[in-house]
Design a protein around this ligand. Structure first.
Ligand code: NAD
Length: 246
């Protein structure tokens, strides 16, 4: 699967799934702009990729801030002249039962995970319409499909991403732009490293394949959806979850 010469923005790429997508896209020939809130880590990743001969730029951007998102898109256009692919990957958790959840925890998760994805999507659609081609991939979650006690804010945001995906897919399909989502199950990253051993065992019981996924599992499906192999696929949610949500 080649992404030769394609320009991709990947949000939240300082670690975990976003970082794996950045590596995988570079290996497939894409030129990338990666962002996260922290400048140091994102610059180090872009530098490492550049040293390996890839074309990778980094910029600090908080996706929950509309001005930051607009700057991210402007910088990408001025560096590369086009945007072919957007990966809405940035995400946070603030887990607790809904009855104990503070407004700020609800709002932070919705603002970053859902509104941030909507800001980024809206900002790239205009250049993509001009190009008459584009591909947007939203990293949702299996939790947005099946729910999870203690994650009402996160599950609501991730379910919202599914609605966002399907609605925008319908709005822009006739402009040559495809919009899809990936719903990962439990993937081994810093986000899931915080789980207790007991919690981890409980989760494994729910996964027919009896293991957590890897960041590469999600990166490979992202690459497929971004490539011409998926040129007739839009408005879909692909579950990468070891069978958890079937
Ligand atoms: P992670 O916590 O390891 O990485 C998240 C990344 O997003 C980091 O680079 C962080 O700096 C960035 N980020 C957070 N808030 C941001 C903001 N406001 N602006 C810009 N960047 C921001 O998480 P991960 O496990 O790699 O998850 C990546 C995505 O996949 C998230 O959207 C997450 O919800 C989703 N997901 C993860 C799993 C899992 O099991 N790890 C499962 C399903 C879905």
């Amino acid at each position: 699967m080649s992404l030769d010469g394609k320009v991709a923005i990947i949000t939240g790429a300082s670690r975990g799934i976003g970082k794996a997508i950045a590596h995988s896209f570079c290996q497939a020939g894409a030129h990338i702009m990666i962002c996260s809130r922290a400048t140091n880590s994102i610059n180090q990743i872009a530098d490492a990729l550049t040293n390996q001969g890839y074309k990778a730029f980094a910029t600090q951007a908080d996706v929950s801030s509309r001005p930051d998102v607009e700057t991210l898109v402007e910088k990408t256009l001025s560096e590369f002249g086009k945007i072919d692919i957007l990966i809405n990957n940035a995400g946070i958790t603030r887990d607790t039962l809904l009855m104990r959840m503070k407004d700020e925890d609800w709002n932070a998760v919705i603002q970053t995970n859902l509104t941030g994805a909507a800001y980024c999507t809206r900002a790239v659609i205009r250049p993509m319409i001009r190009q008459k081609n584009g591909c947007i991939i939203n990293i949702s979650s299996i939790v947005g499909i099946v729910g999870n006690a203690g994650q009402a804010n996160y599950a609501a945001a991730k379910a919202g991403m599914v609605g966002l995906t399907k609605s925008v897919a319908k709005e822009v399909a006739n402009r040559g732009i495809r919009v899809n989502a990936i719903a990962p199950g439990f993937i081994t990253t810093d986000m899931t490293a915080e789980f207790s051993e007991e919690n981890r065992k409980k989760i494994l019981d729910l996964i027919p394949m009896k293991s957590f996924g890897s960041v590469e599992d999600v990166a490979e499906v992202s690459k497929f959806l971004a490539s011409s192999c998926a040129q007739y696929i839009t408005g879909q949610v692909i579950q990468v979850d070891g069978g958890m949500g079937m």
